[in-house]
Design a protein around this ligand. Structure first.
Ligand code: ADP
Ligand code: ASP
Ligand code: MG
Length: 446
């Protein structure tokens, strides 16, 4: 079986949904994982904020905007009166339910439930539309199988156990389900964080040992650089799982930061494809294969850098353990780390507990904090740096103030920390320096 995931833009209008239905005309059963129509989740997140702070009018206006969007789409999409009437009735009930859920005090549980309603509604519309087109489809509610464990991580054995029997209906069925949506260990509806539909697709793919996971989006696969910041990017045709995981984790928005590991675990290829140009080869992510010297660049924003300076670090052991323990206590992962004899610098992307972390670290030395930083990650094959890649990278950045450099932790990643204000310039300098200028005379190897 294959798993196909379609993102928000691919579901973004009646015309796009029609195009996606054509892409599903193939042999054999498949699982289709859908995001909410583009823009809807942003609006729902904003709506949750309005209701939480008591601005009911703004919240209800947002809900009306979302409702109009779905209704207009359905009026254009459904051609047959019975199916159109059914879906309009469904929308009426869905929005009555939402209004009912947000009418009283708003808990975090309600907010979590609210933000996934875009997926719940989009998937129902699309499944009904497939039926109207004569393509047999079944709608699966993701809360019935997509489970989080107590640590808030996907519980793959439970997902496998719950999902497998649901897919035994036989025939060339299209199983439609929601991306992003899950149920947490308390039995509440929850989500896999923004962009989480990619993660749903790879979790489902690995739970059912799919032959392939196709992620359909609005671009010709993984680009060598962030297309939102750099104009002249190009598609990368092949990536290893490790390279794709690094790029996703370090900000290549085309993939959810954590979505590669489930596929990698069972060696299931991930194929990134463009809904707007289905003939384009996109990017194939699979194990092994030829490595490029430098494959791609990604950037991760909202990074906070913390430096701890302490004379106690000099010639002692155990200092780093104490520092790491603070981050463990506050359940805050560290992204980058560099050390000198008397100081250690590290970065975090979740500053929810920053105050507590700083207070705890101050027991060990002088603490300095820099916010609004970005990690720039260059991915490639840096095994013993045969080709002087590090020198080429640094040469490209001779005009940019670099706050930290991390090299050697992984053989396919060199990352450095800069101020976010310099991000665009940095990505563009690297694009020219690394991808347009193949040999710098002063660093060329013989
Ligand atoms: P979807 O809604 O289909 O999940 P996303 O907006 O989440 O789509 O991801 C696709 C977008 O990711 C692209 O339109 C592009 O702007 C952005 N992007 C950022 N970095 C990259 C990259 N390295 N390669 C491709 N796309 C990228
Ligand atoms: N709709 C969700 C979001 O916008 C999930 C996704 O699109 O992957 O974050
Ligand atoms: Mg996405």
């Amino acid at each position: 079986m294959i798993v196909l995931k379609f993102g928000g833009t691919s579901m973004g209008s009646a015309k796009r949904m029609e195009e996606v239905s054509m892409l599903l005309k193939r042999d054999g059963p498949c699982v289709v994982v859908l995001s909410a129509m583009a823009g809807v989740t942003d609006k729902l997140v904003e709506t949750g904020v309005y209701f939480k702070k008591g601005d009911r009018e703004a919240g209800m206006n947002n809900l009306q905007w979302i409702r109009n969007r779905f209704e207009d789409t359905c009026l254009e999409l459904f051609r047959l009166k019975p199916s159109r009437d059914t879906i309009m009735l469904f929308l009426e009930k869905a929005f009555d339910d939402i209004a009912c859920r947000v009418s009283g005090e708003i808990s975090q549980e309600t907010v979590n439930w609210l933000v996934v309603q875009g997926e719940m509604i989009t998937s129902r519309i699309f499944a009904d539309y497939l039926q109207e087109c004569g393509s047999p489809s079944v709608l699966l509610d993701a809360t019935g199988f997509m489970r989080l464990d107590e640590a808030g991580e996907p519980d793959l054995p439970a997902i496998e156990r719950l999902l497998t029997p649901m897919l035994r209906l036989g025939g060339d069925l299209i199983y439609v389900t929601q991306g992003f949506v899950c149920m947490n260990h308390r039995g509440e509806t929850d989500n896999l964080k923004r962009g989480g539909s990619d993660y749903s697709a790879t979790l489902i793919g690995s739970a059912i040992r799919a032959e392939m996971i196709e992620i359909w989006t609005d671009i010709d696969g993984m680009q060598n650089n962030d297309p939102r910041e750099v104009e002249n990017t190009f598609s990368i045709r092949r990536l290893s799982f490790d390279e794709a995981a690094e790029l996703a984790y370090f900000g290549a928005k085309i993939l959810h930061p954590a979505c590669v590991w489930p596929a990698q675990q069972f060696n299931i290829p991930i194929w990134l494809r463009n809904t707007m140009d289905p003939g384009n080869p996109g990017t194939m992510i699979r194990s092994g294969g030829e490595r490029q010297q430098i494959t791609a660049i990604a950037a991760k924003d909202h990074i906070t850098a913390i430096r701890i300076r302490s004379g106690r670090m000099l010639n002692t052991y155990g200092f780093l353990v104490m520092v790491f323990k603070v981050f463990e206590d506050f359940q805050t992962p560290i992204d980058m780390i560099t050390t000198s004899e008397v100081s250690v610098s590290l970065t975090i992307d979740n500053d929810n507990h920053l105050e507590g972390i700083v207070e705890a670290l101050e027991k060990y030395g002088i603490v300095e904090v820099d916010k609004d930083q970005s990690i720039i990650c260059v991915v490639g094959d840096f095994l013993v740096d045969r080709f002087g890649c590090a020198a080429r990278i640094l040469h490209s950045l001779h005009n940019i103030p670099i706050r930290m450099i991390s090299y050697g932790g992984s053989q396919n990643n060199i990352s450095f920390l800069i101020s976010s204000a310099d991000k665009k310039r940095t990505l563009n300098e690297l694009n020219t320096g690394l991808f347009r200028m193949t040999k710098l005379p002063e660093y060329a190897h013989s």
